[in-house]
Structure formats: C-alpha cells, structure tokens
Design a protein around this ligand. Structure first.
Ligand SMILES: C[S@@+](CC[C@H](N)C(=O)[O-])C[C@H]1O[C@@H](n2cnc3c(N)ncnc32)[C@H](O)[C@@H]1O
Length: 269
C-alpha cells in the first residue's frame, strides 16, 4: 500500500498508509509538541517515550573517515566542547518534567545516555517521580578510543510514570542488546541503529501503539517503531536532521514488505 506524506495545518509532516496516519514529525522545539500533546485527551497521548536526548559529549577520535565515530569527533570536525548537537545544555530534569504531561498518566519511558551523563539522568528521573524498571545496555560493536578504557556501551533508563503496565515484555527480552553491522546512514554525529530501537520498542510496547521521540534526530526511533508496526510522533529542532528523518521515513514506508506486517490500526491524534 502506498504511503503518502503531506504537511498538515499544525505544521507536522504526516505520513498515511491506506488512510491511516502512521507517523507525524514536527520541525521545531519539543517543548511546543509537549504543550500540544498535553492539550489532547489523555487516551490520545502516547503511552511510550523512547528517546536519545541531547547531552554534552566530549570524546576523542582521530579517524579520517567522517562516517566513523572517531571521524565525527575528530579535531577538524568537532571542538570537543560538548556541543555536538543542539540542546546539549538542556538538563534532563527540565525536559522530563515538561514531557510527562504530554504522556498518558501511566506511561513508559526509555531514555538513553552515555556513562558520563547517566548519574544526571537517573537523578532527573527520580526527581520527576519516574520509577526504575531496568537499565538497558547497548553493547556497541564500534568502540570509541579513550585513554581510560574504550567506550563500548551506551545505556537507557527503562522507567515508568504512574502505574507500571502489566508485564507484556517479550519472553526472554534481554537487558543487553548488540546490533551487528551498524553503519551510519546519515551525517548525524550521534545517529543510533534503527534495530536498537526496534528491539526495545518491540520488547516493551504493543502493536499499533503510538511511540514518542521528542528528539528525533534522523529518525532511528521513528524507523524502529514503524518497522515493527507501531505509530510514531516526534519533533526535531535542526532542519537538516529533520529533512534526513523525513527522507528516511519516506524510504522506509516505500520499502514495502518490511513495514507491511502488523499494520498499525489506530488513528493518530
Ligand atoms: C542525540 S540526538 C538524536 C539522534 C537520533 N537518535 C538519531 O539516531 O539520529 C538529539 C537530537 O535532539 C535535537 N534537539 C535538541 N534540542 C531539541 C529540542 N528542544 N526540540 C527538538 N529537538 C531537539 C538535536 O538537534 C539532535 O538531533
């Protein structure tokens, strides 16, 4: 079935398949989207937030390949000042506090961080009454060179607000995920594997559910959600990354069989 994209009156790029809205992406600040969702009927809000938010990143790397981690962070391309993407001065606690009213009262949150910022993330979650289920681990194949032990893992807090939902996890869902053969598809300096989000979203949510990523970047969570028959809503403030996310959603939805299973059935807000 053909996917269609159009810019709607609220300023979202909106994708429909067979008349059903499957994804919406807002070019602008997530704080605008938080307000819009908070104004919706609670049942129409997302129940699940999966995000790889901005945080300060300082790291080394000398590769000449601009697509490798070492290349993206090499001295010619990056001042090592922490400001690798927009919003790295935004505290976890500030955006989590603003995001909660955009979600259903009982909701799940999966929020990524590297090890250096993990303490701030866990403290911010606790300050905002987001309770702890598990610390998820992405065991990266491509490690970042470092004087004090190579950086080879990233983390995600899997927490919940309100009441935890009845257990629906895929039996055997693992705390540690490895994604084989991941190569950057975009110029985004912190692009994540689509398969990582597909795995986590599949472990935690139900078919057709609305997945929210306020910091969409080039769309790893969006593509992960669509790949396994979930709907998606998100925002991205940088027009370049927004454009890349739109193109990747176009391509993904026209790829056919990968997205044809488990077709979402619910309308988007
Ligand atoms: C860590 S990156 C996400 C990368 C994404 N997971 C991917 O695979 O491409 C965080 C993104 O948040 C965006 N961002 C920063 N502040 C924002 C805001 N207030 N509202 C929406 N997006 C924002 C940045 O431009 C950046 O692309």
């Amino acid at each position: 079935m053909l996917a269609r994209r159009k810019l709607d009156s609220a300023g979202f790029q909106t994708w429909t398949v067979g008349g059903q809205v499957v994804a919406r992406l807002y070019l602008g600040s997530c704080f605008d989207l938080f307000d819009m969702l908070a104004d919706c009927d609670p049942a129409d809000r997302p129940r699940s937030l999966f995000s790889d938010p901005p945080y300060p990143l300082t790291t080394g790397g000398r590769s000449a390949d601009p697509k490798s981690m070492g290349g993206k962070f090499s001295a010619e391309r990056y001042a090592n000042d922490g400001k690798i993407v927009a919003g790295t001065d935004l505290a976890f606690t500030t955006w989590i506090r603003a995001a909660l009213p955009a979600l259903q009262p009982d909701s799940d949150l999966v929020i990524m961080s590297n090890d250096r910022n993990l303490r701030d993330l866990l403290n911010a979650a606790a300050e905002n009454a987001v309770r702890f289920h598990r610390l998820l681990v992405w065991a990266r194949q491509s490690k970042t060179p470092n004087r004090w032990i190579m950086a080879g893992a990233e983390f995600a807090l899997y927490g919940y607000a309100g009441k935890s939902r009845p257990v629906i996890n895929k039996p055997g869902a693992d705390q540690i995920t490895s994604i084989h053969g991941f190569k950057s598809a975009t110029d985004h300096p912190t692009e994540k594997p689509v398969g990582l989000f597909a795995q986590w979203i599949g472990d935690i949510t139900t078919p057709g559910e609305l997945i929210f990523d306020p910091f969409t970047g080039t769309g790893a969570a969006a593509l992960g959600a669509l790949r396994i028959g979930r709907r998606f809503i998100g925002s991205e403030i940088d027009p370049r990354h927004f454009g890349a996310a739109c193109r990747r959603i176009d391509d993904a939805l026209s790829a056919g069989p990968l997205f044809a299973n488990d077709r979402p059935t619910l309308p988007l807000i």
